[in-house]
Design a protein around this ligand. Sequence first.
Ligand SMILES: C[S@@+](CC[C@H](N)C(=O)[O-])C[C@H]1O[C@@H](n2cnc3c(N)ncnc32)[C@H](O)[C@@H]1O
Length: 249
Amino acid sequence: MSLESVSSLPEMVQFWQKTLNWQPTNQQQNQFQQLYELIIEGNRQFNLTRITEPEEFWEKHLWDSLRGVAPKQHFIDSLDQGASVIDIGTGAGFPGVPISMIFPSCQVSLLDSTRKKINFIETILSSLSLTNAKTIVGRAEEIGQENKYRQSYDLALIRAVGTASACAEYSLPLVKKGGLAVIYRGSWTKEENQSLENAVKQLGGRVELIEEFTTPLSNSIRHCLFLRKVGNTPASFPRAVGVPTQKPL
Ligand SMILES: C[S@@+](CC[C@H](N)C(=O)[O-])C[C@H]1O[C@@H](n2cnc3c(N)ncnc32)[C@H](O)[C@@H]1O
């Protein structure tokens, strides 16, 4: 397939307006289209995502990425105020790349343990001139122990990287006191609350909000877990590579 044959993304003006009380500018809409084309092209080499149909891409990659930072229908305030953001396990760049497009004043770090994914993202950042985003190659367990990164982000985002307690252990050590970690989830049950609360407490956080919502096109159930960093994370967290998943808190 050549780039000329990549479909156009739907504009979805009414869905952006209704769900986020917001609409992309023409320039942002063009960037979404360019991102879509680059990912479809990259997928031929790298097997980046199964989500390639235009409407599905719009819903599951673009809309979902931005919905995660819009609790109570408003984008998280700090994003408009130069927040430092880290997307942990960014894969093909979600949710971090759409967020860096929409919030040019924030600084977004895109972390993944796979070098080839990060190489691909670097081509995206330069093709789209996204100067407010940069990449980090590494494991969250190790990055979270480095002074340069530890407790230095206002906002940590993590989607489809592991269990909720592993995601909490990857993200909270990287967040500043007062900052927020957002875990993007599909399903969530009340029974899972207790183990999440327990993990988050050990990491110096508290569960601020668990939001359930449905996606606008396929009506799928989604959840976002918003964790506030209220104290310091003990030095023993995150534990060594692999431990957060093998021995969940
Ligand atoms: C299923 S993909 C999700 C990608 C993207 N967040 C999304 O929602 O489309 C999980 C990604 O997390 C990365 N990953 C998994 N464990 C990690 C860790 N401990 N530290 C950094 N990256 C990790 C993988 O390399 C992979 O790219």
